[in-house]
Design a protein around this ligand. Structure first.
Ligand SMILES: NC(=O)c1ccc[n+]([C@@H]2O[C@H](COP(=O)([O-])OP(=O)(O)OC[C@H]3O[C@@H](n4cnc5c(N)ncnc54)[C@H](O)[C@@H]3O)[C@@H](O)[C@H]2O)c1
Length: 271
């Protein structure tokens, strides 16, 4: 059987773990064909760890040429362009920086036109299966309540613009309330889950988001409420942060690996 060639854009916390999984769990089905990072040292370090120095490439175009499936694990600002480039070249893609897809829905038309797949993992949350089912029954509301530590929120554009002194937050404090669209703009590296809920559910304006911060949180917590004529669903995820990047939940990494495994599995369990 011909191995599927998978290239990874972004060799940080998520990209590295996906690369390891492709080289171990998936080695009978897939081959890690290329690594690209704007910080070339990151690609070099990862290739060194995997003992595969010859898979480093210095441009997205080269990565695409070498891959059947492009995994994006870089940044919200780059995700849409990476997806477009992959699809124009008739490559499937898996997108982790889901925030970058909001407002770039032309990508889904391009995927249909080119007959390619865009995989968007559930990432740091559960319940996308229920949300897709609720969508068939007139959704009244979707609310995301995210709870994160000051460390996980540091550097977010909203925190900087509003001059929020995260070190001075001593107890649970709501620092943001608004639409998913605004949440994604102001917390691009934190709130991919809001974008994912918008895409799977009722869109970026109607999906509501609240963000709480407390030094007492050691986990990234996401609570989701969905209501439709089919009833109410409540979901709570208490995610351990990734050791390499506290802004990223370990579950998000595993979710991407699970999607890759599913691509090769003829048995599809869950929605
Ligand atoms: N879908 C989800 O639930 C979910 C969860 C967590 C993180 N994420 C997103 O996944 C992405 C990766 O997360 P991470 O924790 O691995 O981040 P990270 O900061 O550890 O790694 C990102 C890597 O991408 C590289 N990079 C940035 N822009 C690039 C570009 N234009 N081209 C090539 N490389 C580029 C960086 O140099 C870095 O090495 C982030 O955008 C993050 O917001 C999604």
């Amino acid at each position: 059987m011909k191995l599927k060639r998978i290239g990874i854009v972004g060799c940080g916390a998520i990209g590295s773990k996906i690369a390891e999984a492709i080289s171990s769990d998936l080695k009978d089905k897939a081959k890690l064909s290329a690594l690209y990072d704007i910080d070339s040292a990151k690609a070099r370090d990862l290739a060194g760890k995997l003992r595969k120095k010859n898979i480093i490439v210095l441009s997205l175009a080269r990565l695409i040429r070498r891959s059947d499936l492009v995994v994006e694990a870089s940044s919200a600002g780059a995700a849409a362009d990476i997806a477009r480039e992959a699809l124009r070249n008739r490559r499937d893609c898996l997108i982790m920086s889901v925030g970058g897809l909001l407002g770039a829905e032309d990508i889904f038309d391009l995927a249909r036109e080119k007959n390619c797949s865009v995989y968007v993992p559930s990432g740091a949350i559960a319940g996308i299966d229920a949300l897709k089912a609720h969508k068939l029954a007139n959704i009244k509301r979707v609310i995301l309540i995210t709870r994160k530590s000051p460390q996980a929120l540091s550097g977010a554009p909203y925190v900087i613009q509003k001059k929020i002194d995260l070190d001075n937050i001593k107890e649970e404090t709501m620092i943001f309330e608004g639409s998913a669209q605004k949440a994604v703009t102001f917390f691009p590296q934190n709130i991919n889950v809001a974008a994912l809920l918008s895409l799977a559910g009722i869109g970026k304006e109607k999906t509501r988001v609240k963000i709480f911060c407390s030094p007492g949180y050691s986990k990234n917590i996401h609570e989701i409420e969905i209501e439709s004529s089919a009833g109410k669903t409540f979901i709570r995820c208490e995610n351990s942060p990734c050791p390499d990047n506290p802004k990223t939940s370990y579950l998000a990494v595993l979710s991407a690996i699970a999607v890759l495994k599913d691509i090769f599995n003829p048995i599809k369990i869950g929605t």
